[in-house]
Write a protein that binds this ligand. Structure first.
Ligand SMILES: Cc1cc2nc3c(=O)[nH]c(=O)nc-3n(C[C@H](O)[C@H](O)[C@H](O)COP(=O)(O)OP(=O)(O)OC[C@H]3O[C@@H](n4cnc5c(N)ncnc54)[C@H](O)[C@@H]3O)c2cc1C
Length: 494
């Protein structure tokens, strides 16, 4: 019997855990959140349950079934409020001699004291750490009241909190629609949704070979639900436009909205002002790659974890699934998770033809999302010298440029060290990719002088020095000697 460690309990991690258990592996499922479900099924805690949870989430029954099966299963050890802070790929292998390394975990609430360090030496790892949302910088985006779409969504789903009374949603991608829906459901008046991509780009991205969308009809139904909700709440949806500046003294009081050309450069003369008390901005997602990089996995040119048909990474014994292999939504995450868990427990992906088929369908969906809503090169034209690029360390674009000039530096590493951009509390999660692009854009060939990536974080989560110095408790990789989880008699696997 092998031991499989699954990092992340979102849709991909949950599906991986169930598939690995069905193959008879002993599973440990680790997530830094207090509860299972990841970003998609973020919900109120068990002590404050919501009566309407089922209608607030797509696929809620799928989540409940996964959760119930895994929680009741002796062969699946679940560690919540447990953050993986490092993977030591050079450590001695597991008891079977084939493991991918030592995994370091800190257990306890993120801001709590008395947290415990544990170490795990599994036979195989499934990385399912998901993504965080990306927001491009613009003047005023550092004002209180400007939220990422993901933060607004997390507050709405996880706390039932509305971020403001009069809110604008802007950015790019289908994610803007659930954000607007959640805001409306929590009582905000959404003044408009502004999609940066022009209608022509949306048509070019979404409509080629439309028959290929048919197997993903469920997504169409979801979309129709959001459009219906927007019409009911009278929320205007504008394409080829975005928030290009936020204004206010202590917090946001208004925003400037302008039309964008096909490269997302603002079109002069189209600006208008809207009075708001909150703005939610999201330009897609950035995969959380730090653990994959620590494990030594190959990363693609598009900056996702490279995987094969079995969801195996370039490192033996390490598999990856969900948003870290490409941004494709919950259905792709579920299919990839099932295949990764199955393969990590020694199975062949072609034992699960239904999941292979779903993966193919939703990969096509992911390609359309990128083609229609992917970030275009003109966005830096929104950024002025005064625009704060790194919000944690309050580094402006002007300061970055003048430092680059005075030090004649072309290296991201050197600019990070001299300006502290990307070195604050979020460790470049919010600004890192934008920082790389803004600096590279000023250099010959649009290329940085080094190959440093803002995705590399040797310590993946904030840790106290005392916790780092404390002795770790080695943990038995096998929670018990489990019998395989039974397959369902019939019906959908997810
Ligand atoms: C903020 C946010 C909100 C979203 N809301 C929606 C929505 O409302 N509707 C929608 O269609 N899509 C939404 N998405 C997209 C959605 O998250 C994905 O389609 C889907 O959840 C991907 O599943 P996943 O399992 O790959 O990742 P996730 O669901 O993100 O799960 C990853 C899990 O890994 C855990 N993790 C990460 N790093 C560590 C670590 N170092 N140690 C321990 N645990 C770790 C995280 O806590 C998380 O639970 C949202 C995405 C984000 C970032």
């Amino acid at each position: 019997m092998s031991s499989v460690l699954i990092l992340g309990a979102g849709p991909a991690g949950l599906a991986a855990a169930r598939a690995a258990r069905r193959r008879g592996a002993s599973v440990t499922l680790v997530d830094s959140s207090e509860q299972l479900g990841g970003q998609f099924w973020r919900h109120l805690p068990a002590e404050r349950p919501a009566a309407r949870e089922r209608i607030l989430h797509h696929g809620w029954d799928t989540f409940r079934a996964l959760q119930a099966q895994l929680v009741a299963d002796d062969g699946c050890r679940i560690l919540t409020s447990a953050s993986v802070f490092a993977i030591d790929a050079t450590a001695s292998p597991s008891t079977t001699g084939t493991g991918p390394g030592r995994v370091h975990v800190i257990v306890g609430p993120s801001d709590g004291t008395g947290r415990e360090r544990i170490e795990l030496l599994p036979d195989a790892i499934v990385l399912a750490t998901g993504a965080h949302d990306r927001t491009l910088p613009f003047p005023g985006w550092d004002l209180p009241g400007v939220f990422t779409g993901g933060a607004a969504q997390a507050l709405a789903k996880g706390e039932r909190l509305a971020v403001g009374a009069h809110v604008v949603v802007a950015g790019a991608g289908p994610f803007l629609l659930p954000v607007a829906a959640s805001l409306a459901a929590t009582g905000s008046r959404v003044l408009g949704v502004f999609e940066s991509s022009r209608l022509s780009s949306l048509v070019r991205g979404w409509l080629p070979r439309p028959w290929q969308l048919l197997p993903a009809a469920k997504k169409g139904a979801e979309l129709a639900g959001y459009i219906g909700g927007q019409l009911k709440s009278r929320i205007p949806y504008t394409t080829g436009a975005s928030v290009i500046a936020a204004h206010g003294t202590d917090r946001v009081e208004s925003v400037t909205v302008a039309s964008l050309d096909k490269n997302w450069t603002p079109v002069a003369g189209t600006e208008r002002t809207l009075a708001v008390d909150a703005v939610c901005v999201s330009h897609g997602f950035t995969p959380r790659l730090e653990l994959a990089i620590a494990a030594g996995c190959q990363i693609t040119d598009e900056r996702f974890v490279a995987v094969d048909d079995a969801q195996a990474t370039s490192v033996p014994g390490v598999y990856a699934a969900g948003e870290i292999t490409g941004i494709g939504g919950v259905d792709l995450a579920l299919a990839e998770g099932a295949l990764a868990g199955h393969a990590a427990a020694g199975g062949n992906p072609f034992d699960l033809p239904g999941e292979v088929r779903k993966r193919r369908i939703y990969e096509g969906f992911a390609r359309r999302i990128e083609a229609a809503h992917g970030i275009r090169p003109g966005w830096p034209d929104m950024v002025t010298d005064d625009t704060i690029v790194c919000r944690c360390e309050e580094v402006s674009f002007g300061a970055l440029c003048s430092t680059a000039e005075s030090t004649a530096s072309t290296s991201l590493r050197s600019l990070k060290l001299t300006t502290r951009a990307g070195l604050g509390i979020c460790q470049g999660r919010v600004c890192g990719r934008s920082l790389e692009q803004l600096i590279a854009r000023r250099l010959p060939g649009n290329t940085l002088g080094d190959t440093v990536s803002t995705d590399r974080r040797p310590i993946a989560v904030p840790l106290r020095l005392g916790e780092l110095a404390a002795a770790a408790r080695p943990t038995d990789p096998s929670p018990t000697t489990p019998t395989p989880l039974a397959d369902p008699p019939k019906g959908p696997t997810s």
